[in-house]
Design a protein around this ligand. Structure first.
Ligand code: 5MM
Length: 341
């Protein structure tokens, strides 16, 4: 595995591949398992993730990196192989979510600050020992007519920059994820409002990254797409793609190693179609790919259903979404390929 930050970052952005976000914290994975009636235990979480990481077709062809929750980085498969080694053997880079979650921000009703900076230097050294070569930190930005406040934007941007600097010091590529929520409350904002807020957030993030002396060539940005709120969706694929690229070009320096989007509550197919439309447009200063959680896993989770006899079905469902998103990362996805498969 490469040692230089720039080399790790560029391997995460390998053409036609993207990142699997499998870093659900205990509370989130429980919610996901509730949808298939499965109890969340250390073993069931291990079995689910082992099913994904051993999906050779998906992993070797379409996945460049996997974001893990700390528990998973320390876990071994049923046969004793470390889950991180299964990922490495598939040619992908293991990564780790290092934030400890978004907590209410004092004096800012309805807004959060992401925590986890205390002791981070020491934790990063240990994660590096355990094989992690990139990390992720998610700042959450609420959006409505009145939110976000400048205070919440600044606090989250500052924390992201401090996290990113510590990662690079430890030889770990930071994924910087400032997420303007698509599916928060009330979730009825327009695409124009999303553009305005995303632009303000990204400007603040890059100003803080610059002050923290973060090397842009050694980091990956994980932004939301510019899209209208989940309860008011009407923007077309072309509109989402055009507004997102315009917003990113206005705020993200060309030296950033790459951009890997979150899916944020879009349907599987929407997330794929939007990424493909952006990549089909020429003239992008950075590689654009996916770092999806729900949009890569939802179908696989359903097909698996928590049953060992369904492992192959879960892996097929994952391979399909990974393949579709791999095509989107090259701008080559078409709707008829979904049904053909
Ligand atoms: C996989 O979910 C990630 C962690 O969530 P919690 O800390 O809330 O448990 C999340 O950060 C994820 O990596 C990104 O939001 C991308 O996932 P989606 O589902 O938005 O593509």
């Amino acid at each position: 595995m490469a040692d230089r930050l720039e080399d790790i970052a560029s391997s995460m952005m390998t053409g036609g591949k993207g990142i699997l976000a499998a870093d659900e914290s205990s509370g989130t994975i429980k919610k996901r398992f509730d949808t298939i009636g499965l109890e969340s235990t250390e073993d069931s979480r291990r079995d689910y993730r082992e099913m994904l990481f051993r999906a050779d077709e998906a992993m070797t062809k379409h996945i460049s990196g996997v974001i893990l929750y700390e528990e998973t980085l320390r876990q071994s498969a049923a046969d004793g192989t470390r889950l991180a080694d299964i990922i490495k053997n598939a040619g992908a880079v293991p990564g780790i979510k290092v934030d400890t979650g978004a907590k209410p921000l004092a004096n800012h009703p309805g807004e959060t600050i992401t925590e986890g900076l205390d002791g981070l230097r020491e934790r990063l050294a240990e994660y590096h020992e355990l094989g992690a070569r990139f990390a992720k930190w998610r700042g959450v930005i609420s959006i409505s007519n009145d939110l976000p406040t400048p205070g919440a934007i600044k606090a989250n941007a500052h924390a992201l920059a401090r996290y990113a600097a510590l990662c690079q010091e430890a030889g770990i590529v930071p994924i910087v994820e400032p997420e303007v929520l698509m599916d928060g409350k009330p979730g009825d904002h327009s695409i124009e409002r999303c553009h305005e807020v995303t632009e303000a957030v990204l400007k603040a993030v890059f100003a803080e990254l610059s002050e923290a002396r973060v090397s842009l060539e050694g980091m990956v940005l994980k932004p939301n797409m510019v899209i209208d709120g989940k309860s008011a969706r009407k923007a077309s694929v072309d509109e989402v793609a055009e507004q997102t690229v315009r917003c990113l070009k206005a705020t993200v320096p060309g030296s950033v190693a790459g951009i890997a989007f979150l899916s944020g509550g879009q349907s599987d197919e929407e997330a794929t179609a939007h990424l493909s439309a952006m990549n089909a447009a020429n003239d992008l200063p950075w590689p654009l790919t996916f770092s999806y959680g729900r949009a890569l896993q939802a179908a696989a989770l359903k097909a698996w259903g928590g049953r060992s006899e369904n492992v192959a079905a879960g892996q097929r469902a994952f391979a399909h979404r990974a393949q579709m998103n791999g095509l989107a990362a090259r701008g080559d996805w078409r709707k008829d390929l979904e049904t053909a498969a």
